[in-house]
Ligand binder design. Sequence first.
Ligand SMILES: CCCCCCC/C=C/C(=O)SCCNC(=O)CCNC(=O)[C@H](O)C(C)(C)COP(=O)(O)OP(=O)(O)OC[C@H]1O[C@@H](n2cnc3c(N)ncnc32)[C@H](O)[C@@H]1OP(=O)(O)O
Ligand SMILES: NC(=O)C1=CN([C@@H]2O[C@H](COP(=O)(O)OP(=O)(O)OC[C@H]3O[C@@H](n4cnc5c(N)ncnc54)[C@H](OP(=O)(O)O)[C@@H]3O)[C@@H](O)[C@H]2O)C=CC1
Length: 268
Amino acid sequence: MLRSDTFNAKIVLVTGGRSGIGFQIAKDFLQLGAKVIICSRKEEQLQKAAEELSNFGEVTHQACDIRKTEEIQQLAKMIKEKYGRLDILINNAGGQFPALAEYINDKGWNAVINNNLNGTFSMIREMANTFFIPQKSGVIINIIVDVFRGFPGMAHTGAARAGVENLTKTLAMEWSDFNIRINCVAPGIIESSGLDTYPKQIQDMFEEAQKAIPLKRFGKVEDVSNAVTFLSSPMAEYITGISLYVDGAQHLNFDKMGLANVLKSFIS
Ligand SMILES: CCCCCCC/C=C/C(=O)SCCNC(=O)CCNC(=O)[C@H](O)C(C)(C)COP(=O)(O)OP(=O)(O)OC[C@H]1O[C@@H](n2cnc3c(N)ncnc32)[C@H](O)[C@@H]1OP(=O)(O)O
Ligand SMILES: NC(=O)C1=CN([C@@H]2O[C@H](COP(=O)(O)OP(=O)(O)OC[C@H]3O[C@@H](n4cnc5c(N)ncnc54)[C@H](OP(=O)(O)O)[C@@H]3O)[C@@H](O)[C@H]2O)C=CC1
């Protein structure tokens, strides 16, 4: 519904833009006139995605693990040299594994916290210091997860995403003086490449899980991308510090026994 020139001349960075939700976001920004940079860890898949996205506009890619500060700095340097500015940062990279809390060891906990909380903060800080604060303008969208009622079966990511949600509120206040808007998009369960990473026992419960969602279906990657492009656009210029739930009202009706029960049935 946005005009095709909504993001003309805008430079947009999408982390994790090689697959799933991030790929759709990158594609939509390109179709709305932006120049897009995508990053992720796996160089080969990243390059392939960039080639595909180039059918829709100007796209640049650079491998970057958001847990490695030096790689984030290299990414900022490349963007500065190539474009001289950055207008919009979409923190989409992330992930976790399903596990009951009592089985998560230090390494697993730290891997998920580093990926989703620390990595997101490092990316935000670098891009704000390099671009948004000196420019006195910028838009940041953090893709989190629907953790409104906690996240039984994935305590680590629940904690990390809640951290990002609160960070978002703080930065909306601290950086309002720099004309930086920052919001979260909180997807429910979205049909994307990400779901393929879950074990069969969990995938087997997807049909049942859809019935527990008030809108009776999982989301599409387009549903998430529509929220992201709206919040990034001038249509949302008075919106900052919020979380927009894209979940078919799942946050009001969370089947809290679902995932944890399935995990219990095959772990024990
Ligand atoms: C009703 C259905 C509910 C569905 C929920 C839907 C909501 C959310 C959906 C999504 O987010 S979809 C997107 C998902 N995509 C991913 O999650 C993919 C990315 N995931 C990862 O890259 C990993 O899971 C990671 C841990 C986040 C990062 O991996 P990293 O490379 O740093 O770590 P590893 O070296 O692989 O592992 C470190 C450490 O972590 C523990 N661990 C990792 N995987 C598992 C696992 N499957 N089960 C248990 N523990 C795991 C483990 O301690 C690892 O150390 P080692 O034991 O391997 O030494
Ligand atoms: N699908 C769903 O139901 C939901 C997804 N989400 C969240 O949305 C986001 C996208 O998920 P989705 O598209 O489904 O899943 P994918 O697994 O397809 O996407 C995850 C992306 O993040 C990248 N990535 C992961 N870790 C890092 C890292 N350390 N540094 C850089 N890039 C990284 C991956 O690329 P690479 O492997 O090359 O690094 C990949 O492109 C994730 O944060 C996910 O948790 C939230 C709610 C629901």
